[in-house]
Design a protein around this ligand. Sequence first.
Ligand code: SF4
Length: 507
Amino acid sequence: MKLVCSNDRFEYDTYLLVKEFWPKEEIGRQAAGSDALFADEIKAGEEAVLSCRYDNCRTVIAYTPDEAMQYEFPIEEGLSEKEYRNAHMRNLYRGLCAITGQKLPWGNLTGVRPVKPARQMILSGASEEEVLDFYKKTRFVSNEKSSLALEIAKREAGILQRLDPVKGYSLYIGIPFCPTRCLYCSFLSNPIAKWQNRVVEYLSCIEKELAFTKKAFAGRKIDTIYIGGGTPTALSEDELQVLMNLIDGFLSDEDRKNLLEFTVEAGRPDSITAGKLRILKKAGVGRISVNPQTMNEETLKRIGRAHSVEETVKAFYLAREEGFENINMDLILGLPGEGIREVEHTLSEIEKLAPDSLTVHSLAIKRSALMKDWLKEQGNGGKQAWEDGSAKEGKGLLAGHDLMTDMAAAAYASAARLGLNPYYLYRQKNIAGNLENVGFAREDLYGIYNILMMEEVQSIVALGAGTVSKRVLSEKEISRCDTAKDIGLYMDGIDEMIRRKEELFCR
Ligand code: SF4
């Protein structure tokens, strides 16, 4: 499909919203600023064209696959620049709903942080009613998602009150190795066997970065530590011990006393041993993840997880035996071949384990995921299933919108049965069913780092390959720097990686 937009200032926002309506479509964008075509100028039978014209007094949305459709909406006079843009974006949404006969659960909110406006409104004194009105009336968000955003925003605001956004900071360490690469993965993840002889060198780079951080953040309060990746527990027991020793050397007694949260993404059950759990526990790690993604054996094989359901259950109980009282489990809805039956099975198995938090993801297939090519290899099945929802009985490869909505409802109900509350939420590009990812947890066991990451209210120093550090001066003033994604380039250029952080944090 070709997208033609008359106003180059609105072109990207237009593209993002259009993409939400046609998530699987390749959308070609005609050079911004060119005259928008109108339905009667588009010849029937040619490539589908969506034309958006933004005039001073009206928005005109025209579309033709084989028969022309055109919708026109007025724009009030005397609007500020921001109001003018918002009015056009509301009209664009109305036009796209009329063309597709579809409404989106998150209305015309396209970013990855749909809760942020609610939290900011609460902080500036808006009533609950005003927040809900904003979501429903100005952004066309469904009643259910508006209430979810409000509930999470209120919880987040309460949790974040305990932190000092300016003096406090959090530390992230990326360990970009995994036992094998999962089919859907878009993270920085490398099979550890390939890098085995350079892991020690990698850890010595982390040591250098920690030394820099200790100096640069002297006198500041560290609130949370999160070790992710990858799978940090893909490291051997000895390597994990080295990493924990480095962190121990980094923290002062004062830091240890004040630290609110120390998380390690144990992630893959096939990487967890009693020895590693003991090392983590002794180092002060309080929160870990043991991620099933699904409790269906066939799906695990299909998505290349290389572990069994039994290993997940065993790893979970092992963590309990080693004294972990805050265990998260990650789930993905919409995995290939899964329908409501498979998800309900997964949920009932998870309920037996009763984790302390549950993070429910909707599948999002990114460009870097092996699944992209895998779907192509499956013939037309993958694409077809998205469009006609033929995964309904778990037969198709990927779930359609209605099925995703049903599976999410089942997962959210399961979290409620477990006594877990929603506490953070984010969206991704190409997310199945136009839904969201939601973290649920027991009262007082909310993952603080997850909230900080999403709401961008505190500086995060991120160490390791392929990580992004953020310096938050205020919610409107955020600067970032990254490190090389390629592990070899990261290690070879470690001085440059540190220099970038120095530039970011010590200016
Ligand atoms: S365990 Fe996580 S980080 Fe590792 S390959 Fe699988 S999805 Fe990616």
